[in-house]
Design a protein around this ligand. Structure first.
Ligand SMILES: [Mn+2]
Length: 461
């Protein structure tokens, strides 16, 4: 066969403004653009873009302008350098469409502008087959494209019913035993990512290998190649961090660079993403994420103020503000993912995440700080109701409220009034249509009454 070389990428999620940071949106574009440039350097024959190209089908104008600009420039550069254009062959993922049946998507729009080739075969319901009509500029719904001795087929995201289509896909594919056949689909394989439902490698799926040499997947954001001893199912992983989990070491992400000279023996290399690298790197440039867990229980802090100093001390590995001249777009300016754990001696109510974040950002050069405090325990919080005697629900409720109030010495003198207020509010809130304005006024009136009782101040309006 004529040798071919291609890049397989997926889940670029362009337009994702993670943590509401405009820099993150640009980071996602940078990673995408790096791959476009890489494919020129590698002189590939084509690029596979296997779904979730956009983070949402409601992409904003900047995102559409950015991808338009990047692909246009890419076409120009490949013409300049290789004297030919490198086709980008895409399918739609779950993020690219509002539902399975919607006809409109930004990818379709890009295909109409001839910037990409979108594969989306018609499904013939009566006869139960996919119409893989070959791509040509005036055909509306191409299902495949032939480049040299390679056939690329594509099917958009179909969700949970995907597995029922495997026999249909098998029957619909040509019997091309002399070509190298690629099938692009957007679904995850079961058990490859924890707690995510995926599709099993069933007999139906296995059978596809008779006609498919390379199943190009997207969807799960982690790299895998299956089955272990005879790989033909490939998922490259996402191009940037979409979720804190994707920073974990076991979560390799990136692209595949594939070279086929002998179709039984393709050469497949995974190029991973690298954190904090510049755009000229040999690996895909991604934002630097700094993960750190601090046990704030061992610091013997008496208050949250003490804990903040302890945490600032533990974060000394970070650059202090002003030591280097970071710009927000520099990928080595980190996003800090901070997990707090341990048992504190004061109440959890004192833990003020916003204040902590502010202090960290004041002291250190970081793009953002995300704090996870769900693992903190307190020695004094936590209510244990005495169960030695039988009690009614009302009695238990009363006891719980009373124990809660006792934890804060400031409220102790007004314990009974507060319990009464809590009980009143609770029963009002359980009504079918609580009157929130009335409840607000009730709390206000109560507060004023308490203050005037305590200090003898006159009520003013
Ligand atoms: Mn995705």
């Amino acid at each position: 066969m004529q040798p071919i070389k291609f890049i397989h990428m997926a889940d670029t999620h362009l337009g994702y403004q993670q943590y509401n940071l405009p820099e993150r949106k640009r980071d996602f574009n940078k990673a995408f653009n790096w791959v476009l440039n890489k494919s020129i350097k590698e002189e590939v024959d084509f690029i596979l873009l296997v779904g979730d190209v956009f983070n949402t089908n409601r992409s904003d104008p900047e995102t559409i302008a950015a991808i338009y600009q990047m692909i246009t420039q890419f076409k120009f550069n490949s013409m300049e350098n290789l004297n030919r254009e490198i086709p980008i062959i895409a399918i739609e993922g779950n993020h690219d469409k509002s539902n399975y049946f919607s006809e409109r998507s930004w990818l379709r729009f890009l295909a109409e502008l001839k910037l990409i080739i979108l594969l989306n075969p018609k499904y013939n319901k009566e006869e139960g087959y996919f119409d893989f009509i070959p791509y040509s500029e005036n055909k509306k719904k191409p299902g495949m494209i032939r480049i040299k001795d390679t056939c690329v087929y594509g099917i958009p995201f179909y969700g949970a019913i995907t597995k029922d289509y495997f026999p249909v896909i098998y029957d619909s594919l040509n019997d091309n035993s002399d070509t190298f056949n690629i099938l692009m689909m957007h679904f995850g394989i079961k058990d490859q990512v924890k707690d995510k439902p995926g599709i099993e490698i069933s007999e139906d799926l296995r059978l596809l290998h008779e006609k498919v040499n390379y199943l190009a997947l997207g969807h799960f954001h982690k790299k895998y190649a299956l089955p272990r001893n005879n790989e033909w199912i490939f998922n490259p992983g996402s191009l940037e961090v979409n979720d804190a989990k994707e920073v974990w070491r076991s979560y390799t992400r990136g692209i595949f660079l594939v070279e086929v000279k002998d179709k039984e023996n393709p050469n497949i290399r995974h190029i991973p993403c690298d954190y904090g690298r510049s755009e000229s790197s040999e690996e895909i440039p991604n934002r630097f994420f700094f993960q750190h867990t601090i046990d704030i229980g061992t610091s013997n802090s008496k208050s949250f103020e003490d804990t903040i100093s302890h945490i600032l001390d533990k974060l000394k590995i970070l650059d202090e503000k002003g030591t280097k001249n970071y710009k927000k777009n520099d990928l080595d300016l980190p996003i800090v993912l901070l997990t707090l754990s341990g048992t504190i001696s004061y109440s959890k109510l004192e833990v003020n995440i916003n204040e902590l974040k502010e202090k960290i950002m004041e002291k250190y050069a970081v793009l953002d700080v995300r704090i996870f405090s769900g693992m903190i325990n307190s020695e004094i919080d936590g209510i244990v109701v005495d169960s030695s005697t039988e009690k009614s629900i009302d009695e238990i409720e009363n006891e719980v409220f009373s124990l809660l109030i006792e934890q804060n010495p400031d409220y102790e003198p007004h314990k009974n009034e507060i319990i009464q207020l809590m009980l009143d509010l609770k029963s009002s809130l359980l009504e079918p249509k609580p009157n929130f304005d009335q409840l607000k006024n009730q709390i206000k009136a109560w507060w004023k009454a308490q203050i005037s009782l305590k200090d003898g101040v006159k009520n003013e309006d």
